[in-house]
Ligand binder design. Structure first.
Ligand SMILES: Cc1cc2nc3c(=O)[nH]c(=O)nc-3n(C[C@H](O)[C@H](O)[C@H](O)COP(=O)(O)OP(=O)(O)OC[C@H]3O[C@@H](n4cnc5c(N)ncnc54)[C@H](O)[C@@H]3O)c2cc1C
Length: 388
C-alpha cells in the first residue's frame, strides 16, 4: 500500500477517490490538488437547478463526510516526473508513491479569437452563475451546439421565462450522439416549448456592437440576433500539463487499463472525464463523460492503487447517463456511440414515453429512453450481465 497518495483534480472523480481511500483504511498522507478554489461540487445542476435558481451554490457541494486530507485548492498541477515520482504544482514539487489523475475536462472554446463580450461556456459553477446573471427575460440567447448541455440550458432558460432562445446545431437533429429517433423527439420537444431550433446550420461568425456580440451569422447568410451566446461545443481534456510525461494519451485523454491504472506507468491511476479506458464495445480506449462513470472510476482508481496486483477489481460498470429537460427525464445505458443501428421498441406518439435500443449488428450495446426509467434499469442490468 502506498504511504503518500496525491490526487490531482477537484471534481467528482477526485472527491470519490479521496473518499474511497479513507473509507478503505488508507492511513497515510492524502493530498488533493485542485485548481478550483472551492470544495468539490456536482456539475449536473449547473445547467439545471443552479442555473434555474432552484439550488444555491452551497447546495451543490458534493455530499459526504469530511474527508481527512491535505486540500490544496486553487493550485494547478503543472508537470509530472514519472521516474522520480514527483508532481509539480507551480514551483512546488510534490512527491507521491500513489498518484490519481482526475483533472476532467473544460468547455471547448470557439476556434478563433472572439474579441467581443457576451460569450459564455458552461463547465464551472461560476459559469452557471454568470449565465444566470445575463440570460434573463427580454434577452435573446443563442446556444451554439445542440448536445445535452445546450438542450438542458435551452429548457432551463425557457423555464425562467427567457422568450428568445435559439439552438444552432450542425447535425440534422439535436443530441446527435443519441441517434436520430431521440434527436428528432428532442427537436419536437424544444420547438413545442418555444425554442427556435436551427438544424443543419453552421455558424460562420459573430457581429458586435460597442464591443459586445449582437448577432450570430449563419453560413447561409442569416443573422440571428443575440445578446448572449452560449458556446456548447463539447469538452476537451485538461491534460496539456501531462505532455511529455511519458503517459499514453488518446485524443488528449490518459489511457488506462481495465483497472483504471495508467498504461505504461507505475502507481498512477486516472479516472473520470480525462481518462480513456478499454470497453468491450469499443475499438479503442473510450472516454465516457458521464457523472456515474466519473464516480465509479474515482472509487476504483483509489481501490486498485491500494491493493496488491492480484486483488484488483476490473472496471466493468455499464455507462449510464441522465438528462432533465422541461419535465422530461432522458436516460441512457451502455455505449450509444458503438451502435450502428437504433430501433424504436416503445413509442407513445401522444405521450412522453420512448424507448430505443442501440445495436451493433445483432448485439445490444445500449438503450436510451424518454420518461421510462424502469425500462432503462432493466437494460442496464441486461448489459451488465453480458459484460460480466
Ligand atoms: C453543465 C454540466 C451538466 C452535466 N449534466 C450531467 C447529467 O445530467 N448527467 C450526467 O451523467 N453527467 C452530466 N455531466 C457530466 C458530469 O458532470 C461529468 O462527467 C463529471 O463532472 C466528470 O467528473 P470529473 O471529476 O472527471 O471531472 P471534472 O468534474 O471536470 O473535475 C475536474 C477537476 O480538476 C480540476 N483541474 C483541471 N486541471 C487541473 C490541474 N492542472 N491541476 C489541478 N486541478 C485541475 C478542474 O478544475 C476540476 O475541478 C454534466 C457536466 C456539465 C459540465
Amino acid at each position: 500500500m502506498p504511504e503518500r497518495i496525491v490526487i490531482v483534480g477537484g471534481g467528482l472523480a477526485a472527491h470519490r477517490a479521496a473518499h474511497t481511500a479513507r473509507r478503505e483504511g488508507f492511513a497515510g498522507e492524502l493530498v488533493v490538488i485542485s485548481d478550483e478554489a472551492r470544495a468539490p461540487y456536482d456539475r449536473p445542476p449547473l445547467s439545471k437547478q443552479l442555473l434555474a435558481g432552484a439550488l444555491a451554490p452551497e447546495q451543490v457541494t458534493l455530499p459526504g463526510p469530511e474527508i481527512e486530507c491535505d486540500w490544496r485548492l486553487g493550485v494547478a498541477a503543472t508537470g509530472l516526473d514519472l521516474a522520480a515520482g514527483v508532481l509539480y504544482a507551480g514551483e512546488e514539487a510534490v512527491p507521491y508513491d500513489g498518484l490519481i489523475l482526475a483533472t476532467g475536462r473544460r468547455a471547448r472554446p470557439w476556434p478563433a479569437p472572439l474579441g467581443l463580450s457576451g460569450f459564455h461556456t458552461l463547465r464551472r459553477l461560476e459559469d452557471s452563475l454568470a449565465l444566470a446573471e445575463v440570460a434573463r427575460p427580454g434577452t435573446s440567447v443563442v446556444i451554439v451546439g445542440g448536445g445535452f448541455i445546450g438542450c438542458e440550458v435551452a429548457a432551463t432558460l425557457r423555464g425562467l421565462g427567457v422568450e428568445a432562445v435559439t439552438i444552432v446545431e450542425i447535425a440534422p437533429y439535436l443530441m446527435p450522439v443519441a441517434g436520430p429517433e431521440v434527436g428528432e423527439r428532442a427537436v419536437r420537444l424544444h420547438r413545442n416549448h418555444g425554442v427556435d431550433v436551427r438544424l443543419g446550420a453552421s455558424v460562420e461568425g459573430f457581429d458586435g456592437v460597442n464591443g459586445a456580440v449582437c448577432a450570430v451569422r449563419l453560413a447561409d447568410g442569416e443573422r440571428l440576433e443575440a445578446d448572449v451566446v452560449l458556446l456548447a461545443l463539447g469538452a476537451i481534456p485538461n491534460t496539456e500539463w501531462l505532455a511529455g510525461s511519458g503517459l499514453t494519451l488518446e485524443r488528449g485523454a490518459v489511457v488506462v487499463d481495465e483497472h483504471c491504472l495508467a498504461v505504461g506507468a507505475q502507481n498512477v491511476a486516472a479516472a473520470g472525464d480525462m481518462a480513456a479506458f478499454p470497453h468491450p464495445h469499443a475499438a479503442g480506449p473510450v472516454s465516457i463523460e458521464h457523472w456515474a462513470t466519473a464516480r465509479e472510476m474515482g472509487a476504483l482508481a483509489a481501490h486498485n492503487l491500494m491493493v496488491a496486483a492480484g486483488e484488483r477489481t476490473p472496471f466493468r460498470a455499464v455507462p449510464t447517463f441522465w438528462s432533465d429537460q422541461y419535465d422530461h427525464k432522458i436516460k441512457s445505458a451502455g455505449l450509444l456511440t458503438a451502435a450502428d443501428a437504433f430501433t424504436v421498441v416503445e413509442d407513445d406518439p401522444d405521450g412522453p414515453g420512448l424507448v430505443i435500443e442501440a445495436r451493433r449488428g445483432e448485439e445490444l450495446v445500449g438503450a436510451i429512453g424518454f420518461n421510462r426509467p424502469r425500462a432503462l434499469i432493466d437494460y442496464q442490468r441486461t448489459l451488465a450481465e453480458a459484460l460480466a
